[in-house]
Design a protein around this ligand. Structure first.
Ligand code: CA2
Length: 143
């Protein structure tokens, strides 16, 4: 079966490349999305992108991914640390979930140390910068 990936980025990740380059790099979200689509295609997979600043819209996207995508790559942004709703939506789909964080959430403020997603994710990539998204695509290709 061809693997199909939905890449979901959460709140404020639309600001990538516009500020805080020391934490989040200098590539824009569009740069990252184009790079991920190309990289997935090179590995023989289809990747679709989605970004929202709204928790409910992310819940909707996860629900609607059911039976459409075999894998989700998710950077839920700050909702990582707060959202039982996104966790519950993930538990309702069969897709394997790979969690990505550009920064190392475990070396930042205490409130970023806990993720509601990590224990239900197949793998977690933190603190690798933007290449963490590529690492997640490679991990899916290698399954
Ligand atoms: O390290 C990550 O990828 C985070 O998911 C990013 C979230 C943060 O709340 C998480 O704790 C860790 C914040 C995203 C903010 O993105 C920006 C990007 C550029 C400029 C400003 C914000």
């Amino acid at each position: 079966m061809t693997k199909s990936i939905l890449l979901i980025n959460g709140p404020n990740l639309n600001l990538l490349g516009t500020r805080e380059p020391e934490t989040y790099g200098s590539q824009t979200l569009q740069d990252v999305e184009v790079m991920c689509v190309k990289h997935a295609r090179e590995k023989g997979m289809e990747l679709t992108t989605f970004q929202s600043n709204h928790e409910g819209a992310i819940v909707d996207a996860v629900q609607q991914s059911k039976d459409v995508y075999s894998h989700l790559i998710m950077n839920p942004g700050a909702y990582t640390h707060t959202s039982i709703a996104i966790r519950d939506a993930i538990l309702g789909v069969d897709a394997k979930v790979y969690e990505v964080h550009i920064s190392n959430i475990h070396e930042r403020e205490e409130f970023r140390h806990h993720s509601y997603i990590s224990d239900i994710a197949k793998d977690v990539f933190v603190g690798m910068g933007i290449p963490g998204y590529i690492a997640a695509i490679d991990a899916i290709a290698a399954e």
